[in-house]
Design a protein around this ligand. Structure first.
Ligand SMILES: [Zn+2]
Length: 58
């Protein structure tokens, strides 16, 4: 794994840092949770296949 998460643990697709109240993990909509797009690491989730998004009644 040459790629690392950005400091703070957030990826471009994250809506909030992990652990933020009212947020939760969700499958990355760009790579559908595979972590790869066209054979390359997904830039939206940084290859994790998951993003942090807001949940609950909004
Ligand atoms: Zn992704």
């Amino acid at each position: 794994m040459a790629q690392q998460n950005a400091p703070g643990g957030t990826n471009p697709g994250d809506e909030a840092p992990p652990g933020t109240p009212g947020t939760g993990e969700a499958l990355c909509p760009v790579c559908s949770g595979t972590g790869k797009v066209d054979g390359k690491t997904c830039s939206n989730c940084n290859g994790s296949g998951r993003i942090i998004e807001g949940i609950g009644g909004g």
